[in-house]
Each structure stands twice: as structure tokens, then as C-alpha cells.
Design a protein. Structure first.
Length: 90
């Protein structure tokens, strides 16, 4: 699987966005980066062979949160406005 930018957006404080990750499949890592180079990383943790699981936070300098629902993720920005680019690494 290749790497894909799944979201690139200016967020205001506490804003959320829903991203359909079905076309991209389930990658091993979601990487968030802002314009100053700060990062957040979430690793895919599989619960079973049917590709069910969740994204586990391993590093988060941005204050972002994600929630995973079937083939969608909801990205919620932290307390300040920032531009975020989200890449799915496979």
C-alpha cells in the first residue's frame, strides 16, 4: 500500500472533520503534522482477522483526537486553530 494524504485543512479550535478511509484501506499509521512541524501519530491496532480495530495514540504534540467508526475516522482539533495535514502510511 502507498502513502496517502487523507486530509489537509485549516481547523479552528475544537473543530471536527469526518474522513472516509475506505478508499485507502487500513494503514499501519496515521501521521498528523501542522505548519510548524509538530506531529501526532496513531498506530492501527487490529482486534481480529476481519480488519477490525482502532488507532492507538503513540505521540501527540498537537492535541488532536481521533475516533474510528468502521471505515471512517473523526478528527478533532485541540484548543487552538491550526492547519493539519493527515497522512495514512501503509
Amino acid at each position: 500500500m502507498s502513502d496517502f494524504i487523507v486530509l489537509a485543512k485549516d481547523f479552528v479550535a475544537n473543530e471536527s472533520a469526518v474522513v472516509d478511509i475506505k478508499p485507502f484501506g487500513f494503514g499501519s499509521t496515521l501521521v498528523f503534522q501542522n505548519k510548524t512541524g509538530q506531529l501526532a501519530k496513531f498506530l492501527w491496532q487490529s482486534n481480529d482477522v476481519e480488519k477490525k480495530g482502532y488507532f492507538k495514540e503513540v505521540m501527540n504534540d498537537l492535541g488532536v483526537k481521533i475516533a474510528h467508526y468502521d471505515e471512517f475516522i473523526t478528527v478533532t482539533n485541540g484548543g487552538g486553530g491550526q492547519y493539519l495535514e493527515v497522512e495514512l502510511l501503509g
